[in-house]
Design a protein around this ligand. Sequence first.
Ligand code: BES
Ligand code: ZN
Ligand code: ZN
Length: 494
Amino acid sequence: MKFLVSSKPLNQIETDAVIAFGFSDSATTEEKLIDKYFGGMASQLRQAKDFTGEKNKVRLVFPSGKGPRVVLAGLGAKAELKIESLREAMSAACQALKGLPVKTVSLLLPSLPKFSASDSSAALTEAFLLSNYEFVYYKAPEKDKTRIEELELISAAKSSQNAIRSGIKFGQILSEAVIFARDLGNHPSNVATPSHLAEHALELQKSHPQIRTKILHRAEIQKENMGALLAVSQGSDEEPKFIVLEYRAGRKSQPPIVLVGKGITFDSGGISIKPSDKMEEMKYDMMGAATVMGTIKAASKLKMPVNLIGLIPATENLPSGKAIKPGDIIRSRSGKTIEVVNTDAEGRLILADALDYAKKYKPSLVIDFATLTGAIVVALGDDLTGAFTNQENLLPKLKAAAETTGEKIWPMPLEKDYEQFIKSDFADLSNTGSIRYGESIRAALFLQNFVDYPWIHLDIAGTAWATREKPYRPKGATGIGIRLAIEFLKKFGK
Ligand code: BES
Ligand code: ZN
Ligand code: ZN
C-alpha cells in the first residue's frame, strides 16, 4: 500500500474516490470543499437528508460516472467525537468502496482541534489498513478483483505534513503488527502449530535487529521443570515450544516488562473434550501468543525506549492414549502440584509455568494475554476484554489506553473468597473446582498463585475473535491487544 501526503486543491486530484467526513450537528470544512469543487454536492445531500453526518453512516455518490466518486462519512455529534469515531467512520467509508473498481483513494483530513494531525492520521491509517484486511491464503484468487493500492491524505495545512507523515508511519507499523497477529490466528491449526509460532518468532529476530529470540524445545522445557506445559502437550504429536523474545532498548538498569501469551494452537479440550459445535474456532486459542509477538514487533519497529520480554508457552491440547486425564496430578515449574480436574482448563496450566519463569527477570510488570475462559464471553460479550490486576492503580492507565485505541477493557475482581474453589483434596491446587460459577475469576485466581510481581491478566477469549463483522475488524482473528499494549507502554512509568 502506498501512502501520499499533499495539499492539492480538489480539482487536481486524480484518484478514483475521495472521502470526506461530516458531523451530525454541523458541516465540516471538508464538506465545504466538496461543495466548492462538486457543485454544492455535500450541502445538497444534507438538504435532501441523504447525508446526515450520523455516526458511521455513509453516502457514496458518483455524479456523472467520471471523476472521483465522493464518499461522505458521518462522525456523529461534534462534542462527542473520539479518536475511535475517526477509525469507525473511516472503516464505514472503506466498506462502501468494497467491490468497486477503486484503486486509488484521496482522503480529506478532517481539521479537528481536539486531536493532533499525527494522531488523526495514525487512527485513519489504522482503520484503512485494518478494514481492508483479507485472509486469502487458502482461496483461489478472485478474477478481476480491484484492490485499493494507494491512499492520498490531503490537508490544506502545509505545516502539518510532517506530523501527518509520522502519524501514517505509526499507523502502518501498528497495522502491520495487528495483521501479522490476525494471520497467525486465521491459519488453521494444521499449519499454525507450536513449531510454526516458533518459526515466526525466529523470523522476527531476522527482520528486526533489536529482537532476540530463543526457542526452548522439549529437552530444554524438561530441564526447566515446566511440568504443566509438558503435561498439556503430552497428548499431542506436535512438540511443545517455549518461546522467549527479548527487546531491550530501554535503560540497562530498567527492569523489563514481561508479556506472556497463551499459545494453545488448538484446544480440543483434551480428554475433557469440547462439544464439536464451533470447535473449529479453537485454532484461535493462541491469540495471546500472537498478541505478544505482534506487540514486540511493533515496539521494535517504533524503536520504543523500553525493555520488553515476551514469553510464549505453545502446545496443542488433544486427547490420546498419552494425554493427561481428569484427576491426574502434575508438578508445575514453581514446585506447586496441580490436580487436573478438567483437561480443558489447560490455558492456566501452561501460563502457570510461563508466569513462574517470568520471575527470573525481576520484572517491573507482567501482562498476560490469554483466551482463557468461555465465561468471560458470557460476562462481557465480544467487545470487552476482562482485566484483572493485583495493582489496581494501573487500571486508570489501562482504561485510558483502551479509550484511545478502541479496544475496550472492563475491570474484573480477584475475589479472595473464591480461592476456596481452586483448592484440591489431593494437590496444592485444582485447575478448576466442582462449582462452575465465576470461572473467569477462578482462572485468574489460579494464575495469581504463580506471580510475585505487579501483574495484569487480560482474558481476551471474547475479543480475540470476531464472529460478526465489526468496524475495521473483519470476521476471524482480530489482533486485539497489540495497539492497546503499545499505547499503555507509551504511558507506563510516566
Ligand atoms: N480456550 C478455552 C476458553 C475459550 C472459550 C476461549 C471460548 C475462547 C472461546 C479454555 O481453554 C477453556 O476451555 N476453558 C474452559 C474452562 C473450564 C473447563 C473450567 C471454559 O471456559 O469452559
Ligand atoms: Zn480449554
Ligand atoms: Zn484453551
